[in-house]
Design a protein around this ligand. Sequence first.
Ligand code: SF4
Length: 224
Amino acid sequence: MATIEFSKLVDKLQQHYGAPAPPPSTDPLELIIWENIAYLANDRRRAEAFAILKRTIGTRPEQILGAQQSALVAIGKAGILPDVSAEKLLTIAKIAYEEFDSDLRSALKKPLPRARKALKRSPSIGDPGAEKILLFTRSYPVMALDSNGFRVLCRVGFAEEQKNYSATYRLVQDAIHEQLPRDCDSLIPAHQLLRQHGQELCKRSKPRCADCPLSDDCNYSRRG
Ligand code: SF4
């Protein structure tokens, strides 16, 4: 069991890191593109690739479908598997164009399960990714967790890690549900701070517990 409340945990992270960076976009299609543009690229390289796409091709489905495949592959070289990334961008654009009339925003106005399902039509978007887009677009105040934030909450003690990622993800969500703020203005920085903490201190291997603002409240740290 966690010995710290969710809001207190977020406060401590904010004191440590300061105000978090805003999401890369508030548009659902751009957020899907962001996830797929450069496989396994870090945030800086992903941002560079995204900026080049916006400047040279555009992010509308028609613009991506009309682009030279070689230009999309060149952008995908910010990550590994650029050919795969280019194919994914074309698939995303095709789905948006053919199934959503190039306007994913209208799909997000549907009830939550249908909005989530619409986003999951695109490559690399599972439940956590769909929830992040619903949050960043301010469509629904859901506490999306990426793998970094998820790892932090598990280690602090909100859930015991199971073999199955989805099962653990739901356990964490159930554990924090009653403590969550109900507005996107609070949930978006909470998501960003948890992610930053997982990237910078609470890394997958060798977490830097000695430098961590949560060490007094963390089960993993207490177990040594
Ligand atoms: S004390 Fe260690 S394990 Fe716990 S949240 Fe901090 S870095 Fe992660």
